[in-house]
Design a binder for this molecule. Structure first.
Ligand SMILES: C[S@@+](CC[C@H](N)C(=O)[O-])C[C@H]1O[C@@H](n2cnc3c(N)ncnc32)[C@H](O)[C@@H]1O
Length: 167
C-alpha cells in the first residue's frame, strides 16, 4: 500500500490538529474509525487512515457539527458520546416510542455506561448481568428498560406520577 496518504492514529490526530488549527485527540480519530466515519486500513498490524477521508469528514456537515460543539463545550468533549452517527429512529427505540417525552436521553448512552466494555474514557466496568440498577430519577425509564434488555434488574423512582405510570 503506498504510504503517502496514510497516517497512523497518532499521526492523524497531529495532522488534523494542524489542518483545523485546534487540538484533535487520538480518541477523536478512534471514534471516527469505530463509527465508520473514516475507513480503516491496516499495514503490518497498525491501523491507518487516509488523509483525504479525514479531510472530507472534517469539511462535511457532521464534522462541522463536532467542531462547533467542541468550541462551545471545550476541548475535552467526547464526541463519541453524542451518538451523532445514529438515526433518530435508532435512538428513540422502546419507551421513547410510547409518547413524546421531552427529557429523554438515548438508550445507547445508557448502554455505553452499563455494558462491560472499557475504553479511553470509560476505564471501569460498573455493572454485570443480574445486578440491580436503581434509577431514583427514572423519567421515561430509558435506564430501566435498557438494564432489563441487558439482563439486569431495575427499580425506578420518579416524582412525577405520569412518569411512574408509563413504566
Ligand atoms: C432526565 S429525567 C431522567 C431520565 C432517566 N434517568 C432515564 O433513564 O430515562 C429526570 C427525571 O427526574 C425527575 N425528578 C426531578 N426531581 C425529582 C425528585 N426530587 N425526586 C424524584 N424524581 C425527580 C423528573 O420528574 C424527571 O422525570
Amino acid at each position: 500500500m503506498p504510504q503517502i496518504n496514510f497516517l497512523t492514529i497518532k499521526e492523524a490526530s497531529q495532522w488534523v490538529s494542524q489542518f483545523l488549527s485546534r487540538d484533535i485527540s487520538e480518541s477523536n480519530i478512534s471514534y471516527l474509525i469505530q463509527y465508520g466515519r473514516v475507513k480503516k486500513y491496516h499495514d503490518n498490524g497498525s491501523t491507518l487512515v487516509n488523509i483525504n477521508d479525514l479531510k472530507n469528514y472534517y469539511l462535511s456537515f457532521q464534522g462541522r457539527r463536532e467542531i462547533s460543539w467542541e468550541k462551545r463545550l471545550g476541548k475535552d468533549l467526547n464526541w463519541g458520546l453524542s451518538f451523532d452517527h445514529l438515526r433518530e429512529k435508532d435512538t428513540t427505540k422502546h419507551v421513547h416510542r410510547l409518547h413524546p417525552y421531552k427529557g429523554k436521553f438515548i438508550p445507547q448512552l445508557v448502554e455505553y455506561f452499563i455494558d462491560n466494555h472499557t475504553d479511553d474514557f470509560k476505564k471501569d466496568v460498573y455493572f454485570k448481568t443480574d445486578d440491580i440498577i436503581l434509577d431514583p430519577f427514572s423519567g421515561s425509564g430509558t435506564t430501566l428498560v435498557q438494564a432489563n434488555e441487558m439482563g439486569m434488574h431495575s427499580i425506578g423512582i420518579d416524582i412525577s406520577h405520569f412518569n411512574c405510570m408509563i413504566k
